[in-house]
Design a protein around this ligand. Structure first.
Ligand SMILES: [Zn+2]
Length: 285
């Protein structure tokens, strides 16, 4: 089992849900991410944090990256601007999103990232070409099965209009659940999905369907050979105000903070009991 954390700042969600009232750029770095580091240290797990390049302009983000590296974690690339319309960008724009973050990570943290996740679970040939330019070993953007369609409909209902954001591609319903070697020997390592019913196994869906759902999913995955990728988001451990503007719509934030924190701890306990936890970088670097 590999633990991935997408470091999506609140400004990304505030843009997606058209919230005018911004919560501050450093909040997740000062509140949520130190909790992830503390919990990972307690369980002696190492994880990969996928960084949005634009946030590297924030001192708190750079400090977090240094702390994560010092604790033995890995940094991945989560595009430069987390564009809502990433899928609609030209090949050159997608390349700039990937290369821009890569070069910032190298120059500001000294880390050479080898893994990428696109915003919106999107993968195409332009992405693979850009990744090959900087010697990437893996992509982990694809979420097989019905999940991306469910997310599109969720946002459609919550915001009252068709989302600007693209969630994966229709063909991903049939995408392989296993790692697949693509062009330039880059491996696609999809986000964990249950066999047969192809329901997603990642934190947002656990908050939607409950911990019992996660426990059934982990029991199924534990019987299969890995690697599996379990995806968290930084906000999973954010002590966000219960009456904040995102608390009604963003699935993880609909749970009170203490309940979310207990849920992440419970997932970690399950990993310790039933899986060998290692980073994707160790497996594919
Ligand atoms: Zn993201």
């Amino acid at each position: 089992m590999s633990i991935h954390v997408d470091v999506d700042n609140l400004w990304i969600l505030e843009d997606e849900y058209h919230v005018e009232d911004h919560c501050g750029y450093s909040f997740i770095y000062e509140d949520a991410l130190p909790r992830f580091l503390a919990l990972l240290a307690e369980f002696e797990f190492q994880a990969t944090f996928f960084i949005v390049g634009r946030d590297l302009e924030i001192p708190a983000c750079r400090e977090f990256c240094r702390a994560a590296i010092a604790a033995g974690h890995q940094l991945g690339n989560h595009s430069y601007s987390h564009a809502v319309r990433f899928a609609k960008l030209s090949a050159v724009e997608k390349r700039n999103e990937i290369v821009g973050t890569h070069d910032s990570l190298v120059s500001l943290t000294g880390v050479l990232p080898i893994g990428f996740r696109a915003p919106g679970y999107y993968l195409d040939d332009d992405v693979v070409s850009a990744l090959s330019e900087r010697g990437y070993r893996y992509d982990s953007s694809v979420l097989p099965g019905c999940a991306t369609g469910l997310m599109w409909w969720y946002q459609r209902i919550r915001t009252g209009k068709a989302p600007d954001k693209t969630f994966g591609r229709p063909r991903d319903f049939f995408a392989s659940r296993r790692p697949t070697v693509m062009r330039h020997e880059i491996v696609e390592i999809p986000i964990a999905t249950c066999p047969i019913i192809r329901m997603p196994v990642h934190s947002t869906f656990v908050y939607q369907f409950g911990l019992a759902y996660a426990n059934i999913a982990f029991s199924i995955l534990a019987r299969e050979a890995g690697p599996h990728v379990y995806l968290f988001h930084a906000i999973d451990l954010l002590n966000y105000p219960a009456n904040g503007p995102l608390a009604r719509d963003v699935i993880p934030l609909r749970w009170p903070f203490q309940r979310r924190e207990a849920c992440v701890r419970s997932v970690f306990e399950r990993f310790r009991r039933d899986f060998e936890v290692t980073t994707t970088e160790r497996l594919y670097g």
